[in-house]
Write a protein that binds this ligand. Sequence first.
Ligand code: MRU
Length: 376
Amino acid sequence: MADQFVPVLRWEERPEGPVLVLLDQTRLPVEEVELVCTDVPALVAAIRALSVRGAPLLGIAGAYGVALAAARGFDVADAAEQLAHARPTAVNLAYGVRRAEAAYRLALDAGTGDASAAAAALTEARLVHREDAEASARMSELGRELLDELLPGGRLRILTHCNTGALVSGGQGTALGVVRAVHQAGELRRLWVDETRPLLQGARLTAYEAARDGMAYSLLADNAAGSLFAAGEVDAVLIGADRIAADGSVANKVGSYPLAVLARHHRVPFIVVAPVTTVDMSTESGAEIEVEQRPGFEVTEIASPYHSDTRGEAGAGLTEQSGAGIPIAPVGAQAYNPAFDITPAELVTAIVTERGVISPVTRENVSGLCSTSRKG
Ligand code: MRU
């Protein structure tokens, strides 16, 4: 965001050693609070608690996490394992971790010493960060051009789900980056923001970004989307992705798949915007994507605090039993809480990457565009 008060993530050299400072997204939009990670367990806790979240940013954070471990003299292999497995679905996380780890190993094997190897990991993390910003800028252009082709004339009403903006990216974001470009071109009539139950990334984060950018937006409960389509009020759906399999299936925030079904029924383009780092050619199909299951209290309570201390130190982390939020179900209620769902390729109109647009979304077209991508 142009006038962002607190950067979503930054590396800081302090007298006691380097730290990774994160904007705690669990506190938004009420307050902008920084979390200071001095070690990898704190960063892993922040990732699990969704203080830092969204596929591209997870990759960036993972890479800086390896650099942090190296700079502070922790076991880098162990740190990389912990980070890469902190959340299972977004492939970008392991990608960022493995890139920084590989740079560290390469320098170490070349005999440059620990300090130079740590510096190599940090340089690589900064590169992952910058590349994501560049990818984001390119996707915004390509996505806007695609919308111009599919829906000439502008004044679009775009529906989005979850949060895919500057809060999850080195740049302006993926799907929300495209929406921003449309808005800046004066072609956005309205952004429909799904609140995105259960953790409200749409209400708390996308609305926060949209408001700061001066977009005309309306928030809706996820289950209001059907009537919005039926009323002819949606011109296009734009979402991000956590992992795209080789067959073009898309894992994204739970609730994306029902939108794809609605979009198909109402003949509305359903567009996925994601960097090539989100495409995982080693995952053959959507059925192979591991979908993260989250604790039930995220469904049975609202406003559960993940971080109990208020000193801005990450680390309190995720506990299975919260009990500290406001109950919205009877005590002991069981919950079904997958973080993501899978949209089959045939429901996706196009995937916009920084290398180009995949449409129709077929295994051949995905492979043609992405098979040379670097993966960890
Ligand atoms: O559980 P989250 O908040 O990390 O889920 C994020 C999403 O599902 C985003 O849509 C996805 O990571 C794409 S972000 C550009």
